[in-house]
Design a protein around this ligand. Sequence first.
Ligand code: GLU
Length: 281
Amino acid sequence: MPSRPPVFRFAPSPNGRLHLGHAYSALLNAEMAGRMHGRLLVRIEDIDPVRCRPDLAEAILADLRWLGLRFEEPVRRQSDHLPAYATALASLRTRGLVYPCLCSRKEIAQASLGRDPDGAPLYPGTCCGRADLAERIAAGAPHAWRLDMRAARAACPGSLRVDTVDAAGTPGDRPADPERWGDAVLGRKDVPTSYHLAVVLDDAAQGVTHVVRGQDLDAATDLHVLLQRLLGLPSPRYHHHALLRDPEGEKLAKSRGSLALADLRAQGVTAAEIRRRLGFP
Ligand code: GLU
């Protein structure tokens, strides 16, 4: 049987314009996909109804086309799939693997005893196992859904590993330590998913075999492989590339005034120049 081509994806969030760091990630996906005779998908990660905007999603796709990226259509938009995320969350609930949480950010920050790999306060477990919350929830109190990490690890005993691939395509693996995320949010107060749940469901739904993204998401992969195991989903191979930094050594971000591709284009910089500057032919 002929083997299927590998599937890569670039998954931007439309909460700002693309900058050079995004361009690097997109071009690296395209370059690896080309070298491995794979397919390239783009996915719009727009579950956040406050920060994401449809016009920014369109602008991102236009920037990618301008850059010369060729990707398959139609582009998947996460906001079109909220019912599927809700179904997966409900199945975790039925299995006793998530619990509702009514805590505010402030309450969590005050009671937390540590930090997760992103530097956010670790959830202290306040709402775990509390039967007395049902009445407030039935009365409409906003609540998130958190993974019960202890129950999740009991459901997936043994060691977990992340399958990796380097930029040259050489496979490898490393141990995963999802516990360092604590009882992570899988369903937000405003939408029936979180980044972590949606990303593993979509990578599986789209048949993604190779996830190429920035180093800032390396630690999150530990949680992703646990969720894949819990949900019976295949695990892709992961490559986390170094982040582009500004001359001060800070990672590029619109919030720090990093130039958007659109700004560079307006200054007369060509797509070919950007590709060359980022090390792509
Ligand atoms: N949407 C995420 C971001 O823009 C990327 C998620 C991923 O590649 O898994 O940072």
